[in-house]
Design a protein. Structure first.
Length: 317
């Protein structure tokens, strides 16, 4: 969800532009122009680094002065129910969709004052397993070694987890069982020479070991280990028409300077592309060093965080 300040900045900009064009000022929202916002209030709130609960809620569009001038239009037709063939499948999807909506509207679990107990349907649970992660892998990726070369095998499959360390653990586990020979790519890390934050930096903090160990959101790790056939996610916009941040890909070949991949999500499924190393600078304000890392903008995505999965269409998850 977009921060409310973005909407308010757009409001001020349009008012200034239209005032300059007409010579008469307007107090109407967006200068009187009709603006359509699209979003889902059941998704995560805007990210406020280090923010309190009050600051995060206050950053939502509903807390803006613009909200009182908005007319809310709701989507009511579930398009997934229109694409199913069998009546039993339609009924199952309908029940599941309604259950999700009831959770989003706090209609299950009794009184909800910030915490509630929700009964999970039996068919969604993993019970009495000594190794639930293996059972999860077998459910999402059945017979993975026999099927991973099939064109659409990874297209609508993914394991979702709330935290990056769990995602890393599952990705490493699945990578280890692949028969192909692994290839290791190490990044070239250095301190960004043009940034003011680095002017008074302690030189001891700039050793290669320190820089290599830095991990930040949206930044590939110093060590990237891949095998042919594994699914990866693009971490940066390279070509917005065919490959932008969040696009899922499958590794076709691993070269010394480029990685050949096939798109497995979005509207360009099947297209082949070559991914080069690029220089990336993290925007994480918590970092005390302004780092620049030259690495392939890729990460394994057998598993991904729930946040990264927003907008993906997954049938086995």
């Amino acid at each position: 969800m977009v921060h409310k300040h973005g909407f308010e900045a757009l409001d001020r900009s349009l008012k200034d532009i239209l005032t300059s064009a007409s010579g008469a000022s307007s107090n109407l929202p967006f200068g009187g122009k009709v603006i359509v916002f699209g979003g889902d209030f059941r998704q995560i709130l805007p990210v406020v680094p280090g923010g309190s609960r009050q600051q995060i809620v206050n950053s939502c569009l509903t807390s803006s002065y613009i909200w009182r001038n908005c007319k809310v239009l709701k989507l009511t037709k579930n398009l997934r129910l229109c694409t199913s063939i069998h009546s039993t499948e339609i009924e199952q999807i309908k029940l599941f969709a309604q259950w999700l909506l009831d959770i989003g509207e706090s209609n299950v679990g009794g009184t909800n004052d910030g915490e509630a107990q929700i009964e999970i349907p039996e068919d969604l649970l993993i019970r009495h397993s000594y190794d639930p992660v293996s059972e999860l892998i077998d459910f999402v990726y059945p017979s993975v070694l026999q099927n991973f070369k099939k064109q659409n095998y990874f297209h609508e499959r993914a394991i979702l987890a709330p935290k990056n360390d769990i995602v890393q653990e599952i990705n490493d586990r699945l990578l280890s069982i692949f028969p192909e020979e692994e290839r290791e790519y190490l990044s070239s890390d250095s301190v960004c020479p043009t940034d003011m934050i680095n002017e008074n930096l302690d030189v001891s903090l700039c050793s290669p070991d320190i820089l290599n160990g830095i991990k930040a959101s949206g930044l590939p790790n110093h060590k990237l280990v891949l095998k042919v056939g594994v699914p990866v996610m693009l971490l940066r916009n390279i070509d917005k028409k065919s490959g932008c941040n969040g696009t899922r890909l499958k590794v076709v070949s691993l070269g010394k300077r480029i990685i050949r991949v096939e798109i497995i999500s979005g509207s360009n499924i099947g297209d082949m592309h070559y991914i080069p190393r690029i220089t990336l600078i993290p925007t994480d304000k918590k970092l005390h060093i302004k780092l620049q890392r030259r690495q392939y903008p890729l990460a394994l995505c057998f598993a991904m965080t729930i946040n990264k999965s927003q907008g993906q269409s997954l049938s086995r998850v």
